[in-house]
Design a protein around this ligand. Sequence first.
Ligand SMILES: Nc1ncnc2c1ncn2[C@@H]1O[C@H](COP(=O)(O)OP(=O)(O)O)[C@@H](O)[C@H]1O
Ligand SMILES: NC(=O)OP(=O)(O)O
Length: 318
Amino acid sequence: MQKKSRIVLALGGNALQADPKDTRAESQLVTAKETAVAIVDLIEEGHEVIIAHGNGPQVGQIIATYEAAAQTNPGIPVMPFPECGAMSQGYIGYHLQQGIREEMKNRGLDKNVATIVTQVVVDKNDPGFENPTKPVGSFFNEEEAKILMDKKGYTIKEDSGRGWRRVVASPEPLDVVEAPIIKTLVEAGHIVITVGGGGIPVIKEDMGALKGVPAVIDKDFASEKIAEILEADYLIILTAVEKVSIYFNTPEQKELDTMTIGEAKQYIEEGHFAPGSMLPKVKAAIKFVESKAGRKALITSLEKAKEGIQGKTGTILQ
Ligand SMILES: Nc1ncnc2c1ncn2[C@@H]1O[C@H](COP(=O)(O)OP(=O)(O)O)[C@@H](O)[C@H]1O
Ligand SMILES: NC(=O)OP(=O)(O)O
């Protein structure tokens, strides 16, 4: 990799919550500080780094808290979904800001880091709205689910025998509303945290007004979108595995160092990547690499990020 690349870094769930059962903010702050080490490794090497991240567990927790409060006191209104997404961007961004700032200070790096509350435009006719699939928030029994469907108009589905859960759409990201300011900050040398949780999904109404919609955009696709807009050199998707595999979790499992676009598409056809986990990452990587000649995508683990961009590990698409 050439020195001083522009890199969009998409942080997976393990970068924000080390133990999915430990949802305390204090623990998430500790994890964010650990995650900052890998991020600052890239900043220290002179790269321009833009950080994106998921929010599935965190937005679910925020919603569950409001739901629980409303159950004990019906006077408390349930917070609308886009507002919950915005809250998750705010607090995750705050944790990352603290971690990155501290790590930069420890290494004598004089840079600023800030989170942009980011809205992402989706199409109100996106087919995802017809078939919401992304489960969020707490579990209900069938009776509670029926009441919520009637009273609030939620779509609630049975989730793998575990109970009933609200499901929201996961539409495709089309544009990032705050892109111009993100670009200005990046070009001024600042570290920006953006499209948290895939961004707050908004639709364009008549006269161009924006309206938040109850949906969760996939953070890998939103990261790809902002990487394209910012004309990044690299999209790096950091997750829990060092390399993408074919025949994943079978005795024939084979880790991949590289994938051409043709190979990646063939592996998708053959069903090697699980929907909802590795599949969106590989699709986002393909889209980014196809968007302009010379662009590269890397999928690797947080711990291996530095080695990955040095070409020593991870799975690269180019
Ligand atoms: N073909 C594959 N190769 C590698 N990992 C895979 C594959 N298919 C599914 N996975 C799983 O996908 C996980 C990454 O998805 P997920 O945990 O949803 O992402 P995130 O890091 O964004 O939270 C990996 O940790 C691994 O368990
Ligand atoms: N928005 C989103 O894709 O979040 P997760 O990565 O946490 O599922």
